[in-house]
Design a binder for this molecule. Sequence first.
Ligand code: C2E
Ligand code: MG
Ligand code: MG
Ligand code: MG
Length: 293
Amino acid sequence: HSKRIGGDRIDVYKPAMRARKTDRLALEAELRRAIEREEITILYQPIVRLEDRTIAGFEALARWDHPKLGRMSPSEFISIAEEIGLIVELGLFVMDTTAKQLAIWQRTVRSREPIFASVNVSSRQLLRHDLIHDVRGVLSRSAVARGSLKLELTESLVMENPEHASQMLHRIKELGVGLSLDDFGTGHSSLAYLQRFPFDTIKIDQSFVRTSSRGARPVLLKSIVALAHDLNMEVVAEGAETDSDAVELFQLGCEYAQGFAFGEPIDADATVRLLTGEKVPQPRNRRQSIRNI
Ligand code: C2E
Ligand code: MG
Ligand code: MG
Ligand code: MG
């Protein structure tokens, strides 16, 4: 087995074997059963307020603990789930689990601004399914502060069907759910155009943020941040890997940052220890069942 620490290491385990067609079919069948078999784990990565380095919220990131292949990253199963239509059920599971966890965080830590949680949403959930119905259900099952549950959508998703997406997003916003534009900068549309969508936050893609992409970075980031603020949006910088990244991002005016500088995605128990100030151990590969939450 490949040993994995945290979230981002992928494709280490027998990629050739995974690619075979029969295995792909088997994988699809296994994925269909993964939720009921409690093989889907949700990790949470801290999103830090740069001003005082406190935890403002967490992003939910799904993992599949495959019985034979080990822990799989989203790049290995989200697109399969999308293709076979399972993403609707999986997405609802992630939203539900995260909202329940969010209610726990908010009971644990009573901060001036309630902790938030953001959940990634796929195109099929928004454009070919009644996401509003699902979101209503999620909110009815968990008592979370208004606006503290957020959905993350990419630019390419909303641009697939801008009219419909805009309509749906306005209705979701009315339910008291925050909306973040994920991976900003990787697409082709301007932030000015994107203002027709009711996003309250933009997440600048890690390709603009990571130390490895130094160079034109400060200039680009500065103008993105300025425009976002003009449009009344807050800014999260993704992929802050070092402390000097964090310092620079704060100087550039980003409100929040997320990245290895502040912590990798961790399991639910570790988030509670982190929030209550206990020392956080290294992320483990222990399985987390929804029943334990
Ligand atoms: P994303 O939403 O942009 O999430 C951020 C990704 O960057 C995560 O990868 C996270 O582990 C990684 N990351 C965080 N900090 C750093 C850093 O400092 N450096 C680097 N190099 N990477 C960092 P992850 O967990 O593998 O997720 C990949 C993508 O899979 C996510 O990108 C999201 O688009 C998708 N995804 C994850 N969970 C779900 C889910 O429940 N539903 C859907 N539809 N998509 C999901
Ligand atoms: Mg995201
Ligand atoms: Mg992102
Ligand atoms: Mg991404």
